[in-house]
Ligand binder design. Structure first.
Ligand SMILES: *Cc1c(COP(=O)(O)O)cnc(C)c1O
Length: 412
C-alpha cells in the first residue's frame, strides 16, 4: 500500500523535465543516464543561475567597493547560508567552499597533518575512494604518522569489531566514507564517530555519495568534519564544501596562502583572516558556488523521504532483475545501501559490457571506480556500476536489463 502511494505521489516525469540533459539521444537511442555516482545531471535552475551570474552579476567577491562586487559577494555569502541550512551547520563560517571532495580532503590532510606528530595514527577503511586514501598517505609520510585500515566483510560492510581493535590513544583522526561509491554501503557513521570520540580522535566523513541521497545533519551526526562535491549533488563541477567544527577550524593552520585568506601581510610576517576566509585563498568559483546554493534550493522543494523511498524502490527493482542473469554477481550486498548496483558477470570483462551498453544509449561506469584496494579485496579487476538518481525510472531499468542481456549473450 505504502509503496503504491509513493509511486503515485512521486511525479518522476515532472522532475525529469527539470533536467534538460536527460532529454537527448546518443547513437540514435534515448539516453539512459545511470552514471550518477560519477556526476549528477543539473536542473535548469542551476544552469540558469550560472548564466545569470555571468550575464549580470560578474565581479570579484569580498574585494570591491562597487555595486557589482557587493552584489556578487551577497549572492556568494547567501549561498553559504543555504548550504549551512542544508547540512544544519551551526554557524555559516564553518562552511568552507572548496573545489570538491578531493580538494576538501587535501585541505584537511595538510592542516590536520600540521598538528600531528610522529607515531600518531589515522584510521581509514578498505572501501575508501582514492581521494580519501592518498592525501592521508602523503600526510603520514610527511609527518611520520601511521595509517590503519578498517577491513570489510564479503557483503561490503565495515567490520566494526576490527575498527574497535584499531582505535587507540594514538588515534588522532578517523576518515571514512558515509556511503561507498562502489558498493553503495551506508556506513554506521554515528557509531563510528561515538567510538572515535571516546578515544579523543576527530572524525571526518566523506559525504560525496551521501549528500545527494539523504538528509544530512552534521550536528546530529556529530562529525568533526564533513566534506562533499557540488557536482554530485546536482550542482556545478569545481565546487565543494568542507564543513568543520568552529573551535577546531579556528585552531587549524591554513592550507593555501594567497588573497582573501590574509588579515595583514608584511614581508616579515602575515596574519590570517577569520573563518571561513582563512581557508579560502584566491578567487573562488563564484558562479559555481552560487549555483551550488541553487542546487540545494531545488532539493529543498522535494520531499527527502519520498526521494529516498523512490530510489530504494529503483534499486530493489534493478537488483532483482539483475540476479536473473546467469553468472551475474552483485558486488556490495550490505543490508543498508543507497541506489548503486555494482556487478560482475562470470568470464566477461566489465569494460566490454560497458562498451556495448554505451552503444545502446546506456551510460554506466566500469572499472575500479577509484577504489583499487576494494577491488583487490574482492579479487576482481573492476565492476559495472549502475547508479540511480531520483530522475531515473523503472522503464529505464527495463531497457537496461534488456540491453545487458543482449550484451552478455554477445560476449559469451
Ligand atoms: C567522487 C568521490 C570522491 C571524489 O570527489 P571529487 O568530486 O572527484 O573530488 C571522493 N569520495 C567519494 C566517496 C566519491 O564518490
Amino acid at each position: 500500500m505504502l509503496k503504491e502511494k509513493i509511486r503515485h505521489d512521486f511525479d518522476v516525469e515532472a522532475i525529469r523535465k527539470d533536467f534538460p540533459a536527460l532529454d537527448q539521444e546518443v547513437y540514435g537511442k534515448k539516453l539512459i543516464y545511470f552514471d550518477n555516482g560519477a556526476t549528477s545531471q543539473k536542473p535548469r535552475s542551476v544552469i540558469k543561475t550560472v548564466e545569470q551570474y555571468y550575464l549580470s552579476d560578474n565581479a570579484n567577491v569580498h574585494r570591491g567597493v562597487h555595486h557589482l562586487s557587493q552584489k556578487a559577494t551577497d549572492l556568494f555569502e547567501a549561498s553559504r547560508r543555504i548550504v549551512q541550512n542544508a547540512i544544519n551547520a551551526p554557524e555559516e563560517e564553518t562552511v568552507i567552499f572548496t573545489k570538491g571532495t578531493t580538494d576538501s580532503i587535501n585541505l584537511l590532510a595538510f592542516s590536520i597533518g600540521e598538528t600531528l606528530k610522529t607515531g600518531d595514527e589515522v584510521i581509514i577503511s578498505e572501501m575508501e575512494h582514492h581521494s580519501n586514501i592518498v592525501p592521508w598517505q602523503m600526510m603520514c609520510e610527511r609527518k611520520g604518522c601511521i595509517l590503519k585500515v578498517i577491513p570489510i566483510n564479503d557483503k561490503g560492510e565495515l567490520i566494526m569489531s576490527e575498527y574497535e581493535q584499531l582505535l587507540s590513544d594514538k588515534t588522532k583522526l578517523v576518515a571514512v566514507t558515509h556511503v561507498s561509491n562502489t558498493l553503495g554501503t551506508i556506513n554506521p557513521v554515528e557509531q563510528i564517530i561515538e567510538m572515535a570520540h571516546k578515544k579523543g580522535a576527530w572524525v571526518m566523513i566523506d559525504g560525496a555519495q551521501s549528500i545527494q541521497h539523504m538528509k544530512i545533519d552534521v550536528q546530529a551526526m556529530g562529525c568533526d568534519f564533513y566534506v562533499f562535491s557540488g557536482h554530485k549533488v546536482f550542482g556545478p563541477t569545481g565546487t565543494g564544501v568542507m564543513y568543520g567544527k568552529k573551535e577546531i577550524l579556528e585552531n587549524l593552520p591554513p592550507y593555501q596562502g594567497g588573497g582573501d585568506m590574509i588579515d595583514k601581510v608584511t614581508f616579515e610576517k602575515t596574519t590570517y583572516n577569520v573563518l571561513p576566509f582563512k581557508f579560502e585563498a584566491g578567487t573562488p568559483n563564484i558562479a559555481g558556488c552560487i549555483a551550488l546554493g541553487e542546487a540545494f534550493n531545488y532539493l529543498s522543494g522535494l520531499d527527502h523521504n519520498e526521494l529516498a523511498a523512490y530510489e530504494e524502490e529503483l534499486l530493489d527493482y534493478a537488483e532483482k532483475q539483475l540476479l536473473t542473469i546467469e553468472g551475474l554477481r552483485l558486488i556490495g550486498t550490505a543490508s543498508k545501501k543507497i541506489s548503486v548496483a555494482s556487478f560482475v558477470v562470470d568470464g566477461i570483462h566489465p569494460f566490454d559490457i560497458g562498451t556495448l551498453l554505451d552503444k545502446q544509449g546506456i551510460a554506466v561506469r566500469t572499472g575500479h571506480h577509484c577504489t583499487q584496494p576494494l577491488m583487490d579485496r574482492f579479487a576482481i579487476p573492476g565492476t559495472v556500476r549502475a547508479s540511480f538518481a531520483f530522475y531515473n525510472t523503472r522503464e529505464e531499468i527495463d531497457q537496461f536489463i534488456i540491453a545487458l542481456k543482449r550484451s552478455v549473450n554477445m560476449l559469451r
